[in-house]
Design a protein around this ligand. Structure first.
Ligand code: ADP
Ligand code: MG
Length: 215
């Protein structure tokens, strides 16, 4: 049974779940862990297709992905870590994942149109038994306006923990993923550094939570 599960969840599509799931998977795989992405997007198979592009490219570390509708089946496999890439349209699978995950990453854009449904989504998870401490918001697709980032962060952080590193909206991040790479493997060192910084923050939060509960 795989004990280590990290999820990327949200009710909204297009906010960065798959992007972050791949980043997290790649970060742990680079450290020698065997990692599988559980792709809950059964209609579009986004991360499964991405993993196939990665394999065709011959990029290392290799990252496995498998489409699934329940986290239970995939946890029977032998992996050090499962990264769940959630789907916007299933409350039930999101809840099931969120309850067992060490960390639940919720990506969001900066506008109220993004923030409000994401907060409602997180509230619903908490109401249904998910530990609030496991939730980490990440601001994604930010623009040059520092004020907009600051306002969104302020709005969110009165309720939930928000990653200190936000990610700008960059074409380089899209181009990398188009060919099976992660946002830490672009052609642009500054973009990679930023993505790695976010990944390090996520890893450190996971370790913090684990120490609190196991240590
Ligand atoms: N920081 C970013 N900059 C530019 N494009 C991004 C960024 N984050 C995500 N994207 C792009 O936005 C689209 C949706 O992201 P994705 O991770 O697939 O969201 P979700 O899985 O939540 O639907 C994808 O085309 C992805 O490449
Ligand atoms: Mg997705």
């Amino acid at each position: 049974m795989v004990e280590n599960v990290i999820s990327c969840l949200s009710q909204k599509g297009g906010v960065g779940k798959s992007t972050f799931a791949r980043l997290i998977a790649r970060t742990y795989a680079s450290a020698g862990w065997s990692v599988k992405i559980a792709d809950f997007n059964v209609n579009q198979l986004t991360s499964t297709k991405w993993a196939a592009r990665r394999m065709a490219l011959g990029a290392t570390p290799e990252i496995a992905a498998e489409v699934c509708t329940t986290i239970r089946s995939i946890r029977r496999d032998n992996y050090d870590l499962i990264v769940a890439d959630g789907t916007p349209d299933s409350d039930q699978s999101s809840l099931e994942i969120a309850r067992i995950a060490t960390l639940n990453v919720i990506p969001t854009g900066l506008t109220l149109d993004d923030l409000e449904p994401q907060i409602l989504f997180a509230n619903e998870l908490v109401e249904r038994g998910v530990d609030k401490e496991t939730i980490l918001f990440v601001l994604n697709k930010t623009t040059d306006s520092k004020l907009a980032v600051q306002e969104a962060r302020q709005y969110l952080s009165s309720i939930y923990r928000v990653a200190e590193t936000d990610l700008g909206h960059k074409t380089g991040y899209q181009m990398a993923q188009n060919v099976g790479l992660t946002i830490a493997e672009t052609n642009f060192p500054t973009l990679n550094e930023r993505a790695d910084q976010l990944a390090a923050e996520i890893v450190s939060r996971v370790n913090e939570i684990e120490e609190k509960y196991n240590g």
